[in-house]
Design a protein around this ligand. Structure first.
Ligand code: NAD
Length: 452
């Protein structure tokens, strides 16, 4: 690994990646490879957790193509030196900011969207002019393998290399000195990454998780809200960092909510056989989720099959913040529903817990929506929808506090992998001499007048 990092550092020092056309060429090549191998990419993810080709195209490959297309179109603009104003004290001069790549970058991916969460940060890193080492999650072994094969066969290791592996390999990688580490995964491992990066003062972006609430207020459009909520909760069997983790519903709408949610689930045909649902990633996670099923509180669902790694879409009711299921991020197809009657109380309950990655407000009352958006701190979210903010590249995607630091997508990804070098540029023909000694009274008078 040490020699790989040396190799990439040497290549980075050659300045080849500073050329915008080189970056665009590499991004187009990546897109071409993905396009040419779509069938194999579908097969690999199906073998890992039975994700269908439809879902793989919609939620993994299409966002990657969108990210590449946007970067190719806009990278020249993003990478341009930007002129800024100069203050009076520096007269006469011009000032500008030069975006520059950070260098050799490590990207560590999570398993739940193995292609998207590995390659989207890579696209931003390449657009910004870095070299990349990618370590995908080892849990979906087939997707990890195919990414390694396609990338390592088609790209020079001095520019872009995939290293497969689990904890030992990641630990070894984290012992190397990188110029940037971009990590997607759990807050627990995020702390390990942050600690390792601190040894070399390496900047990090941490895309972590948390318990993201969905709040249904008294005056929401319940039918539309429930339709969007059920889709976003059970897509990928709830294994999404920004999936609504739990619902807070006003008590006046609770029974209507439950009826609507049940009808929506039945209508949706969440079956693996029909390609509308996926398996839980492994047995360990299936067991963890089974242990969260409290039979006394199941309103709908609750069926499971450990061998097939299947958990049915499940609604749990009569839940309070004290229940076990409210302790940690669920990351599976179980939706606890808490009824409330006092919004202030709900807000203060959320605020005593770690800051969530997402928060969803279902309400047609502006003051209620604004109150929630203003008073609760969270990474990002949506009003009367869920998940879809992820797909808008004009919105920076990232967490806050325990749900992460830094952001990416579109130009925000470019920024994440860039340093903005500030330059004050002075002509040599003239000097205002005020700062030089001797420090006379008249100079002091001028300085005070200029800087008042
Ligand atoms: P994880 O933290 O277990 O693993 C993430 C990566 O870290 C993997 O590549 C894994 O190999 C590596 N890793 C695991 N243990 C390690 C260790 N001890 N030392 C070094 N490296 C280690 O996370 P996961 O199970 O892949 O994903 C689930 C979590 O990720 C959830 O908390 C979820 O919310 C979060 N997540 C966040 C986002 C986001 O964009 N914010 C996206 C997806 C998932």
């Amino acid at each position: 690994m040490e020699s790989l990092i040396d190799l990439q550092r040497t290549f980075f020092s050659s300045n080849a990646t500073k050329d915008i056309q080189f970056r665009i060429g590499q991004l187009k090549k990546l897109k071409k490879i993905l396009k040419a191998n779509e069938d194999r990419l579908h097969e690999a993810i199906y073998a890992d957790f039975k994700k269908s080709a439809f879902e793989n195209s919609m939620s993994e490959l299409a966002p990657l193509y969108q990210e590449i297309n946007e970067a190719c179109k806009k990278v020249e603009k993003w990478a341009k030196t930007k002129k800024v104003k100069t203050n009076v004290a520096n007269f006469p001069a011009s000032s500008y900011v030069i975006p520059e790549p950070l260098g050799v970058v490590l990207v560590i991916g999570a398993w739940n969207y193995p292609y998207l969460l590995s390659l989207a940060p890579v696209i931003s890193a390449i657009a910004a002019g870095n070299t990349v080492v990618l370590k995908p999650s080892e849990l979906p072994a087939n997707t990890s393998y195919i990414m390694a094969e396609l990338i390592n066969e088609n790209f020079d290791a001095s520019f872009f290399k995939v290293i497969e592996g689990g904890i030992p390999e990641t630990t070894e990688l984290l012992e190397q000195e990188f110029d940037k580490i971009f990590f997607t995964g759990s807050p627990k491992v995020g702390k390990i990454v942050y600690r390792a990066a601190a040894k070399n003062l390496t900047p990090v972006t941490l895309e972590l998780g948390g318990k993201s609430p969905a709040i249904f207020s008294e005056n929401c459009n319940l039918k539309m809200g429930v339709k969007r909520l059920i889709w976003s909760k059970f897509l990928n069997a709830g294994q999404i960092c920004i999936a609504p983790d739990y619902v807070l519903v006003h008590k006046s709408r609770k029974s209507e909510f439950l009826k609507s949610a049940l009808a929506e689930i039945e209508k949706s045909d969440f079956s693996i056989e029909n390609g509308n649902y996926v398996q839980i990633i492994n047995k360990r996670n299936t067991e963890r989720l089974i242990n969260l099923l409290d039979t006394d509180k199941i309103y709908y669902g609750g069926d499971y099959n450990l061998e097939n790694r299947y958990i049915a879409p499940t609604l749990m009711t009569e839940i309070s913040f004290e229940d076990e299921i409210m302790e940690e991020e669920i990351f599976g197809p179980i939706l606890p529903i808490i009824e409330y009657d006092d919004l202030d109380n709900v807000i203060s309950q959320i605020k005593t817990r770690p800051k969530p990655l997402a928060c969803y407000v279902f309400s047609n009352d502006k003051p209620t929506t604004n109150k929630i958006l203003r008073e609760i701190s969270f990474g990002g979210g949506a009003v009367n929808d869920a998940l879809m903010h992820f797909s808008n590249n004009n919105l920076p995607f990232g967490g806050v506090g325990q749900s992460g630091m830094g952001a990416y997508h579109g130009k925000f990804g470019f920024r994440t992998f860039s340093h903005y070098k500030s330059i004050l540029d002075k002509p040599t023909g003239f000097e205002l001499n005020l700062k030089y000694s001797p420090h006379t009274k008249s100079k002091e008078k001028w300085i005070t007048r200029m800087l008042k």
